[in-house]
Design a protein around this ligand. Structure first.
Ligand SMILES: Nc1nc2c(ncn2[C@@H]2O[C@H](COP(=O)(O)OP(=O)(O)O)[C@@H](O)[C@H]2O)c(=O)[nH]1
Ligand SMILES: Nc1ncnc2c1ncn2[C@@H]1O[C@H](COP(=O)(O)OP(=O)(O)O)[C@@H](O)[C@H]1O
Length: 197
């Protein structure tokens, strides 16, 4: 029997650096896990490729995916839908390969309900001031929105207790190395259990 792959979920509060860390992991090219490309209704940004960065959908198309139970999880975030197509996740795991999801916390909680065997990694900021300055520096939000996001971030940080690991995103390199070390150690655990059968 083929060993099933690992489901790895990277999540954490808005602005902590999930997208940055995920893109650093995948651009170094040594990872052996697959990336779960999300579906979204948000506008495609310059340089983004449909089917590589996201599957860009209309609201009607996305709502059809919800109705037809094609999503492992989904959420509405800042006015747009984001969700994980379930088919690719299932097929990848059944083929014995690992799959990596980078999603916000509400979605991660839904995955935890449906697939509790996953490895849930919560990215934390070094401190709240640094989180605020990352949100400010990203330059995508006006100041009332920033205040709202910070309030939300505090709520989101409370969800840390549902996770298996916390990784501080102090520098991107450190965070990448810690995430890769967790995945490696989870593999060693599985091999040891299988060896002892
Ligand atoms: N629940 C959920 N969140 C997602 C998914 N894909 C991306 N996200 C999250 O949606 C948020 C916004 O992503 P994006 O629009 O790319 O903006 P940016 O990361 O702020 O540049 C980020 O927190 C992502 O982690 C998904 O499939 N499901
Ligand atoms: N380790 C880090 N040190 C300093 N700035 C960071 C770090 N990680 C991410 N950032 C910056 O913080 C901002 C938010 O990162 P982003 O990846 O968009 O967060 P998220 O996907 O969690 O919302 C971006 O401007 C990014 O360049």
């Amino acid at each position: 029997m083929t060993e099933k792959g690992l489901l790895i979920v990277l999540s954490g509060p808005s602005g902590v650096g999930k997208g940055t860390v995920r893109s650093a992991i995948f651009s170094q090219g040594e990872q052996e896990f697959m990336y779960s490309i999300s579906a979204t209704t948000r506008q495609q940004r310059e340089g983004e490729v449909d089917g590589v960065d996201y599957f860009f959908k209309t609201r009607e198309e996305f709502e059809r995916m919800i109705e037809q139970d094609e999503l492992l999880e989904y959420t509405e975030y800042v006015g747009n839908y984001y969700g994980t197509p379930i088919d690719y996740v299932k097929k990848t795991l059944e083929a014995g390969n690992d799959i990596f999801l980078e999603i916000e916390v509400q979605g991660a909680m839904q995955v935890k309900e449906r697939m509790p065997e996953g490895i849930f990694i919560f990215l934390t900021p070094p401190n709240m001031d640094e989180l605020e300055s990352r949100i400010v520096n990203r330059g995508t939000d006006a100041s009332p929105v920033i205040r709202k996001r910070m309030e939300k971030a505090v709520e989101e940080l409370n969800l840390i207790r549902y996770y298996d690991y916390a990784v501080e995103n102090d520098t991107v390199d450190h965070a990448v190395n810690k995430v890769l070390a967790i995945i490696k150690s989870e593999h060693l655990k599985v091999s040891r259990i299988l060896d002892s059968k």
